[in-house]
Design a protein around this ligand. Structure first.
Ligand SMILES: Cc1cc2nc3c(=O)[nH]c(=O)nc-3n(C[C@H](O)[C@H](O)[C@H](O)COP(=O)(O)O)c2cc1C
Length: 350
């Protein structure tokens, strides 16, 4: 067994977490990963309050092991200032009924007050950990500490790592540009040691990790564990249309692109008609989260209907390494066993 600051603090068997991928990482995936000895993270970001509550209850029925929930708490989502929300609401109002139905239950990023409700639901549920993306507000970290909830911050730069460290989070997840989803500019190989040099907290590595080789490399860099997204997309427990999962299995390095067209922020996703037409049109995005109202209904045609041309499908460069669908628990166990064997093989002998 590989013991690290992560396994010790959380009481988990393997230093592996599945990422809080919005839409993809629902209760079933979280339960499978946590029951296998990793820590599953719920992709809570888009869930409206009732859906989020149901998801957490399902996780608690499925496992008594540690699990986490992801929250996005930038000012743009937590503000109660109606003026700031006005452009987002205008975009929402411009959607037709069919488009709104597509987003039903998952429109939290477009709904004033929904993120505040998510916060209360998560604090009341008191998962083992909360994973914060984009921002690490002091008020929220204080609330977590009072409830014994560990706080992780997902960052893509040394500057953001410093900020999260100063805010007092417990773990920092350093995510390289290889990663699927919102992502920065620097590779995992260079970002992880750079962040470790800057902060006192244990650091997890994210981006480009698909198997035990990646986990062993992350540990060799000094990370306390791996934060893994893309590798789990094609697993049967992940949410998403089979066409999306198949595209992960068939994908190569050339198939992802960086685009602002889905959320207004820099994201690695499958290149498709939507990303290339958006790029060619020279259109300005409506910012975050407004752009999600522009793209949202199309986004959902990917996850719900398997529309590979217009559906949003975040995916990382590890699609080149993923060739078969495996149950999530199996992925965790194999990754841990392979890393252990590698570390034994390369350990210096007396
Ligand atoms: C489909 C997908 C959706 C994602 N959604 C989120 C999200 O909602 N919140 C978040 O913090 N990170 C999200 N991410 C990024 C992951 O948390 C993680 O950092 C990343 O997947 C790690 O890199 P990898 O894809 O190479 O394993 C997403 C990634 C993918 C692939």
């Amino acid at each position: 067994m590989i013991q690290t600051a992560l396994t010790e603090a959380l009481g988990i068997a393997h230093p592996i977490c599945s990422a809080g991928m919005a839409r993809v990482a629902q209760a079933e995936l979280v339960v499978a990963v946590s029951n296998a000895g990793g820590m599953g993270c719920l992709g809570s970001a888009g869930f409206m309050p009732d859906t989020l509550r149901d998801q957490i209850e399902t996780i608690k029925r499925g496992t008594d092991k540690p699990f986490a929930a992801n929250l996005l708490l930038p000012d743009a989502l937590t503000t109660e200032d109606e003026q700031q929300w006005a452009p987002v609401r205008e975009l929402w109002d411009s959607l037709d009924d069919q488009e709104r139905t597509k987003l039903s239950g998952i429109e939290a990023l477009l709904t004033p007050g929904a993120v505040a409700d998510q916060v209360q639901i998560v604090l009341d549920a008191a998962p083992t950990a909360v994973v914060l993306t984009f921002a690490t507000p002091d008020w929220f970290i204080r609330e977590c500490k009072e409830r014994g909830i560990q706080v992780f911050a997902l960052v893509g730069s040394v500057g953001k790592a410093r900020e999260a460290s100063a805010a007092g989070v417990d773990f920092i997840v350093a995510q390289g540009t290889e990663a699927g989803g919102h992502t920065g500019y620097v590779s995992t190989m260079t970002l992880v040691p750079a962040v470790i040099d800057e902060v006192d907290q244990p650091v997890l590595a994210a981006g480009g990790i698909a198997d035990g080789r990646g986990l062993a490399a992350a540990l060799a860099l000094g990370a306390a564990g791996a934060w893994v997204g893309t590798r789990f997309i094609a697993s049967p427990e992940a949410f998403g249309h089979s066409a999306f999962k198949q595209r992960v299995l068939d994908g190569t390095f050339k198939d992802t692109t960086i685009t602002h067209s889905y959320s207004g922020k820099r994201m690695r996703a499958f290149a498709n008609k939507w990303t290339s037409e958006w790029e060619a049109s020279g259109a300005q995005t409506s910012g975050f989260p407004g752009q999600y109202a522009v793209a949202g209904p199309r986004v959902e045609t990917g996850y719900q209907d398997g529309d590979l041309d217009f559906g949003m499908m975040p995916a990382g460069q590890t699609i080149q390494l993923v060739h078969e669908s495996a149950p999530a628990g199996h992925i965790v166990e194999q990754m841990a066993a392979q890393a252990e064997a590698i570390l034994r093989r390369i350990a210096p002998r007396d």
